[in-house]
Design a binder for this molecule. Sequence first.
Ligand code: ME8
Length: 509
Amino acid sequence: MTNSFYISTAISYTNGSPHIGHAYEVIAADVIARFKRLDGYDVFFLTGTDEHGLKVQQKAKEVGVKPKDYVDKVSKEFIELAKYLNCSNNDFIRTTDDRHKKNVHSIWKNLYDKGDIYLDQYSGWYSIRDEAFYSEEELIKSDNDSYLSPNGNPVEWVDEESYFFKLSKYEKKLLELYERNKSFILPNSRMNEIKNFVQSGLKDISISRKNISWGIPVEENNEHSIYVWLDALTNYISALDWCEGSKSFDKYWPADIHLIGKDITRFHAVYWPAFLFSAGLDIPKMIFSHGFLLNKGEKISKSVGNTVDPIDLLDRYGVDQLRFYLLSTTPFGNDGNYSHELITNHSNAFLSNDLGNLSQRCLKMIFSKCDGKMPNKGDLNNIDLSLLDNAYSLYQKSLEFMNDYQIHAYLNSIFDIISSTNKYFSDQKPWELDKKNSNRMNTVLWVTCEILRITSILLQPVIIEGSNKLLDFLNVDLKERSFSNLNSNFALKSGIKIKEPKVIFPKID
Ligand code: ME8
């Protein structure tokens, strides 16, 4: 039986078009999903949009359209973006889907029946931009003496009847969870922040808002809508049709990883497991909170005016180039930077020069000197063997890195081998061997191609089109491109026709 693997991204708010931060998250999740599929897992990869709440309601009002019409339009942009980015998501959930609403009502009923929901009065602050309730101690004072949320967003005073969830009841269970599963929250620094937050004492949280039209109503009391975060978090199980007792829920839940940005760790690592404890459901295996993407060191935000349309970047640099840049430059979990110069230099250095040039030089020689057929492997010397050994051991290394989602380290280890192979190619000078020692020339060309085969198979999760083009040139069968083919049993066979090589990664100006 194949092992299953469930990965999700956060679902994005539909109060504006997608930006590069959204693209970063869905690309990272796609890389992990593709890696796992190539490694033989049955993967369910979910992304989607978070469409209810005051933030979206206000935005729709501002542009003068009905909330549903507005979210239909924006949600489409997110669906299109995932396609443009070559993402392989198996589903796209919208919180306005009927299937989702059913599950939200079900989870509410479960918490209610457990005795964990009660009606009381909420007096405190609310930030519409954060869609979060805050106590006075959590707020910061702005220059003009008004209060701001910890994220620097405006807050308003709320005094209204509200349903509460008994979060305080789950304090001990949460701390036990963090103790039992040390990698429940990665990176570790975020685990420490969350532990400190829970250890300092949990208060019950408000889980409804009164007189808000754009939300899922509480069934037994229509004056209230369900708090947008309880609504949104439930997406992870509604996409599996949890409340219908579905087979896919049994197969994929608990999720292996919820991939989210660092700003929403608390909702995922404290509230979500507490809701699941209350509903008697299993807890996801890991919350990975990645860093933020910064534009020349500045946070990307509409108010700073430095948001970038990811489609523009794709048109300018190419999908493979953008995916590769975003995931190979920054240790996954840290904040990352991007700018025109950074993407251009990185892509030219690693894709056009290292990988592109090596493959062009080698394949062109095979075309001109070996009649376009894979040359004989011949006798391998110690230099060839050691380089090949390093390439074959990349699979094991990649597994270790991807075990805790060190995507950059997995990519760097592959490019280290590509760089060593470039050096090997230059040192061995196969172009000078043609007349002197054609057997040795053949061996050098074969070794280089075999390493290109290994590295291209391993690069498929990130550089989707480029690595598959390279595998096409090498005439590697479509059925032999998974990680189970990363060994010498599937090594390139001499005499096989290769395809005429073309430039795969043109230089960016
Ligand atoms: O938070 N760099 O939606 P959202 C990297 N609806 N990641 C970024 C980023 C940046 N500059 N800006 C945002 C929400 N993100 C909720 C989630 S999940 C049940 C509900 C990330 O549209 C952000 O951290 O504000 C989050 O993971 C995702 O994009 C969606 O953000």
